[in-house]
Design a protein around this ligand. Sequence first.
Ligand code: WTA
Length: 635
Amino acid sequence: MADDAFVPAATEWYHPSKDIVRHAVIKDYDAVYQEAMQDIEAFWAKRAKTLDWFRRWDKVLDASNAPFYKWFVGGKTNIVLNALDRHVKTWRRNKLAFIWEGENGDKVSMSYWRLWQEVNKFANVLRSMGVKKGDRVTIYMGRILELPIAMLACAKIGAPHSVVYGGFSEQALADRIEDAQSRLLITCDGAWLRGKIVPLKQVVDEAIHRSPVVDRVIVVKRTGQDINMEQGRDYWYHELMSLPIASTKAETEVMDSEDPLFILYTSGTTGKPKGILHTHGGYQVYTSTTLQWAFDLKDEDRWWCAADPGWITGHSYIVYAPLILGATSIIYEGAPNFPYPDRWWRIVEEYGVTILYTAPTAIRGLMRFGEAWPGRHDLSSLRLLGTVGEPINPEAWRWYHHVIGKDKCPVIDTWWQTETGGFMITPLPTVGLKPGSATRPFPGIKVDVVDDDGNSCAAGEEGNLVIQGPWPAMLRTVYKDDQRFLNQYWTRYSKQGWYLTGDSARKDADGYFWIIGRNDDVIKVSGYRLGTAEVESGLVSHPAVAESAVIAVPDEVKGSVIYAYCILRAGFSGSLALSDELKAHIRHEVGPIAVPEKIEFVPNLPKTRSGKIMRRVLKARAQGLPEGDISTLEE
Ligand code: WTA
């Protein structure tokens, strides 16, 4: 990535046009920010009142057991009440909720009415299979409409879903099934990717073999190849959906504001993934407000969040928030450059997409193919662009703004995390932009860059990014592991009561934030979040590997790529063939996204005297940079 990515107080400004300002829901960021800060509870209560509740809350925020904060205490709701039920009572029942395009050219448009019916039918199927409020359901699917349908059906009946991204493989899926103790799993036979079938059901069979808690599997037919269907365990979705039990009417479970909506596993500093827990009440208020204000989302828009529903971006901004706002969303199944590098631009043109939200890695990837591909298409429907997942280098930002947005679409660079549930630092469309900065915090959010003692860093100084107060979509805990929740996020600045993000950042003289990246053992490859420990434990599960260390090395397109260093067991020697075998092993165990770019066999690893691997030293060596202070290095 370009080095100019993190220049604080850049003088390059981009201001919104009059049209953008005229159209915007929130015209004066500063005024709204101040209003929110004066009375956080009143601010969020006002937002919550725009939604439907079975029963309104008694108290907006309960901080008596911080950091186990509670929001909209005593409120009764269900996110599906707002995402679907209320819309089918209005004209919106006829509006398109989703426009879906398969990689192979299949197309489905689904109205709110039809989506509501499908969700009801599937909710009845789940209930008939014995799924009850509180039961965890694992979902492992490609990017097809049955994925949001399954998520919404779970939410409707109060069963927390745990969606596992389809780019994870056997062991990763098995670990997540095990932790959630899901008895029911929803999947599909396969997914289309770059013209080939990703055999998802096969991965499921192996994962269940390793984590046998699952006793029911529902399989959506997507790719149609022959698959193993185990009698008494595996059921076809389309067969279940045509049973009389699958009626189009289903009760929406009355949920407490604080009842769990979903668990989403994310990577942390150990090999064991963390189950981030989100709830019905605060999450619906926060995600819908942030989407509406940051992307000025209106009924006439066609919103395309090109992420995967299997990550938090898809949960919040493909499934829940857009539906709560009654928006029309695009979902595209496959790869951006299949069959040609203009696939995305063709989709923008064909459906008249007005807002496109994606990751820097995708922008950089498409940028490589040159301007001619987007140049063939009419992209004039676009009015806003967005980015998420990692810092965007100014060069990619300018290309996105100029070539795709024709210099008229503000680039909304949203900084947030699985844990935060929704955007935390983001421009609103009316705010002046600097390429590479996510600008300022969302109204109601207080953030700062601080040193290890919690002192606010001076402008331009690098420090820890912290969030200085609760917000409605904050994670409630790490599933079944309150201690990890405390240690990970709240111990470092426990005196002040701040949330530790794990990111390093700088603030500039204008109060704009510049994210540098993770300062823990979490890495971002093509915008996907992974833990070095997950890849390392994948490597040492191979008989040849005694010990390994994994680092992230900067890469022009992917942001970063993985380098792995392995010490081999006696009797094995390093070779190209072994390196290929280890890559295949990781692909199989953890998933394609975790495959190292490079594997190096080494006789030992740089460690501190207490035995901790010094990844910093490996990183410097890999990039040919000075190794810095190595005084703590073991002999
Ligand atoms: C990084 C993704 C810079 C950051 C929504 C964070 C970003 C991690 C941005 C969370 C951005 C996300 N600019 N960095 N706009 N957005 N990040 O949980 O390091 O997959 O901590 O959530 O992504 O990744 P996660």
